[in-house]
Design a protein around this ligand. Structure first.
Ligand SMILES: [Zn+2]
Length: 272
C-alpha cells in the first residue's frame, strides 16, 4: 500500500511535470475510480490548466483552473494498489483505468484492485471530506502532536497508525520509527517520558524524509511516477524482517499483532 513517502513522491512528480500544463483529454476505462460521473469530471477539468498540487497525509489534491470558472480540485487517494505514472513506451494493460492527455504528456492511472478514488472536492486544501484526518505527520509540531497523543491509553503502534491523530504514517514507517526510538509497539504514552515521545515524533519524521529521498518503499504494487521502483526497502531495519537478526544487537526480530496489524520489533532494543 502506498504510504506518505510514496504519495509525496507522486505529488512532487506531478507538481514538477504537470504544473502549467493543460489537460486536453481524459479517457476512462473504469468509471468506478471516479467519485462522480465521467461527464462531470470532464466538465470540471478538461480544458483546464494545473496550477497547484498539494499533499495532505496520503491524499493528493490537484488544482485545475481555466481562468473563468472557480477552480476545480481533484482529490486522489491511491488506496491499496493505485499507481500514477508516465512512461513514454508504456503500453496500457487492463489495469489502466484512466488516461490523462496533457499537451505533450500522457499520465496513466493504474489500479489492480480498483480501490483508489479520484474525487472532485470543494476546497483546495483540508477539504471537509478529509476533516477526520489529523495534521500531516511531516508538518505537525511536537507540542500539537504530544497534546493529541499523551492522554490516549492505546498502544503506541495503534496511535501512530491512527490517521485522526496525525496523517501519513502506515505500518512500515510505524515499525521503523518505534525501532529507532527503542519503543515497544505495545508501550502506551503513559509508559514513556516526554523525551521518549519526542524521540518517536522526531524519528518518525526522519524515517519519512529518508524514505521520500529514496523514492519510497516498493513492495508489490507501488511504482513511482516514472515506473521505477523506490529503493527504501533495503534500508528497513525491522519491517518484513521477522526471524532475521537485529542490525544492532543480533537478537531475532519478532512479530506480533497490534491493532490488527503485524508489528515487527526487536525484543532486546525495544524494551519500554
Ligand atoms: Zn536489537
Amino acid at each position: 500500500m502506498p504510504e506518505l513517502p510514496e504519495v509525496e513522491n507522486v505529488a512532487l512528480a506531478l507538481r514538477a511535470h504537470l504544473t502549467g500544463r493543460k489537460l486536453t483529454g481524459l479517457k476512462v476505462g473504469y468509471p468506478g475510480i471516479l467519485g462522480q460521473s465521467v461527464a462531470a469530471t470532464r466538465r470540471a477539468i478538461v480544458g483546464c490548466t494545473i496550477d497547484g498540487v498539494h499533499r495532505h497525509g496520503k491524499y493528493i489534491i490537484i488544482n485545475f483552473t481555466d481562468g473563468r470558472q472557480p477552480d476545480s480540485h481533484l482529490m486522489i487517494h491511491l488506496r491499496m494498489t493505485g499507481q500514477i505514472f508516465i512512461l513514454d513506451d508504456y503500453i496500457a494493460d487492463k489495469h489502466v483505468h484512466l488516461t490523462f492527455d496533457f499537451d505533450g504528456l500522457t499520465v496513466h492511472y493504474r489500479d489492480i484492485r480498483k480501490f483508489g478514488r479520484l474525487q472532485l472536492v470543494d476546497h483546495a486544501v483540508h477539504p471537509s471530506i478529509i476533516a477526520h484526518v489529523g495534521p500531516d505527520m511531516l508538518e505537525v509540531r511536537f507540542k500539537v502532536w504530544h497534546g493529541r497523543i499523551s492522554h490516549r491509553r492505546a498502544p503506541m503502534k495503534a496511535l501512530l497508525l491512527d490517521q485522526g491523530i496525525a496523517a501519513g504514517l502506515g505500518n512500515i514507517y510505524v515499525d521503523e520509527s518505534l525501532f529507532l526510538a527503542g519503543v515497544h509497539p505495545l508501550a502506551k504514552p503513559q509508559d514513556l517520558s516526554k523525551e521518549k515521545l519526542h524521540d518517536v515524533w522526531r524519528l518518525a519524521k526522519r524515517v519519512l524524509r529518508n524514505s521520500i529521498k529514496h523514492g519510497g518503499t516498493t513492495f508489490m504494487d507501488f511504482k513511482n511516477f516514472h515506473g521505477k521502483p523506490g529503493n527504501f526497502r533495503r534500508k528497513l531495519r525491522v519491517y518484513g524482517r521477522a526471524g532475521e537478526g537485529c542490525s544492532v544487537c543480533g537478537c531475532e526480530i519478532e512479530s506480533l499483532r497490534v491493532a490488527g496489524r503485524s508489528s515487527c520489533f526487536c525484543p532486546e532494543c525495544q524494551v519500554i
